[in-house]
Write a protein of this length. Structure first.
Length: 416
């Protein structure tokens, strides 16, 4: 009951800052994004409690918070202030790392390494939020610096420290953001990433860890095809094998968290129904598998013209789109509001990339029209990026899904 009340309060955070921008942004980030929406930074509150004021972790939180608020409220005037905290955090982090290797350092090494890792991951979050409109050609490698830096910290740790639960949780996030950063820029994985994933796999067994393994395979195919390192026949073979594994994994999850269908007369639900999920994290987890399947199926269909695969594509599109009305319909959940609450805006931001993929690959004009109408409805109710996506869908330019993924802040809007 107490957690539900916290979530209800967080979902209705005020849109306009009540205090100074940095204080208001920090409050919103910690209570809404960290406390209610995302699982990616679960360890952060405990680390903050042990950190020093104006240390690298506190400053990294401030930088990430301001970038988050700029994205959430479309307040890009906050970015210069975020930049100040960002550079202060980098300087403080460098000093902390230097002091940690001195024999006079009194702090436990595990605490220092966890704080350093968390700081770097927050700085990566900042980069993705603050520079989402940059193209790789404008800032080559910019959005991979901190992700790869976190891997370097991991590799430098003693073997025994890799068994620490806090370190393992941060390692999971580090590997995930590095994989997705490489996918967005179509650049090869760092040399030791696969080895580190396999090594940590002896300590980590979770749904999220298995999801990361599937991402590694998918992104590896994408990078090698895009860079001409893999022939189409080999890519087709691997894509088919990959698709079978993904279907099996999704079916396992569906048996645990099967959504139930709700019929409705509401026009904003395609074909007069939508799917209801236990919570936004379950919906996003299942959709991540569907998105991977959809990307692979569309690739296979493009190479083979298979009618059966084309039917799979349309079914996946319908299933993904059926998860959206629960977020936007006022009557679908007690916490839904018009205009959207900050929590709804985050949930909508997480489905923008899936909706782009669906609009790009569906051959059903009615479904495409529904997607455009849904995006415009989102834009009218606070999701400004939705209008940008609608404009892109209707334009002759068709960015690759990874290009759009980078434009909406990469992984930053995901709850997982």
């Amino acid at each position: 009951m107490q957690k539900a009340l916290v979530q209800r309060r967080a979902s209705r955070l005020p849109y306009a800052p009540q205090w100074s921008p940095d204080v208001s942004s920090r409050h919103s980030f910690l209570s809404l994004f960290i406390g209610t929406y995302s699982s990616a930074f679960d360890i952060l509150p405990a680390l903050l409690a042990d950190s020093v004021p104006d240390g690298s972790l506190q400053l990294s939180v401030d930088a990430a918070s301001l970038a988050f608020m700029a994205f959430q409220l479309n307040r890009f005037d906050l970015i210069p202030l975020a930049n100040k905290y960002y550079f202060r955090a980098i300087r403080s982090l460098a000093m902390a790392v230097q002091s940690s290797i001195q024999p006079t350092s009194n702090a436990p090494s595990q605490s220092l390494s966890a704080m350093a890792l968390q700081s770097v991951l927050l700085l990566d979050f900042y980069d993705k939020m603050a520079f989402q409109h940059y193209q790789p050609s404008e800032a080559p490698g910019l959005l991979q610096i901190h992700a790869k830096g976190s891997l370097s910290i991991l590799r430098s740790l003693p073997k025994g420290e890799l068994r620490n639960p806090a370190t393992l949780q941060l390692a999971t996030q580090s590997i995930l953001v590095t994989i997705l950063s490489c996918g967005a820029d179509a650049t090869d994985f760092p040399e030791h990433l696969i080895g580190l994933y396999n090594e940590l796999g002896s300590y980590i067994q979770s749904d999220r860890w298995h999801l990361i393994g599937h991402y590694i395979r998918l992104v590896n195919i994408h990078i090698n095809v895009r860079n001409g390192k893999m022939g189409l026949s080999d890519a087709l073979k691997r894509a088919r094998e990959y698709s079978l594994d993904i279907v099996e994994e999704e079916n396992k999850m569906s048996r645990l968290w099967r959504p139930y269908r709700r019929d409705t007369c509401e026009a904003r639900a395609f074909d007069s129904h939508y799917d209801a999920y236990p919570n936004h994290k379950v919906a996003q987890a299942l959709n991540k598998y569907r998105i991977m399947r959809l990307g692979v199926a569309s690739f296979v269909h493009r190479l083979t013209g298979s009618v059966e695969v084309a039917e799979d594509v349309e079914q996946l599109v319908r299933t993904i789109c059926a998860s959206v009305p629960q977020i936007i319909l006022p009557e679908a959940r007690p916490q839904n509001t018009l205009p959207f609450s900050p929590l709804q805006i985050l949930e909508c931001s997480a489905v923008l990339s899936p909706l782009y993929l669906c609009a790009r690959h569906t051959r059903d004009p009615a479904m495409r029209a529904w997607i455009l109408q849904t995006l415009e409805y989102m834009a009218d109710n606070g999701v400004k990026m939705a209008q940008t996506l609608a404009n892109i869908i209707e334009s002759p330019l068709k960015p690759e899904i990874w290009d759009w993924f980078r434009m909406v802040g990469s992984y930053t809007c995901s709850a997982l």
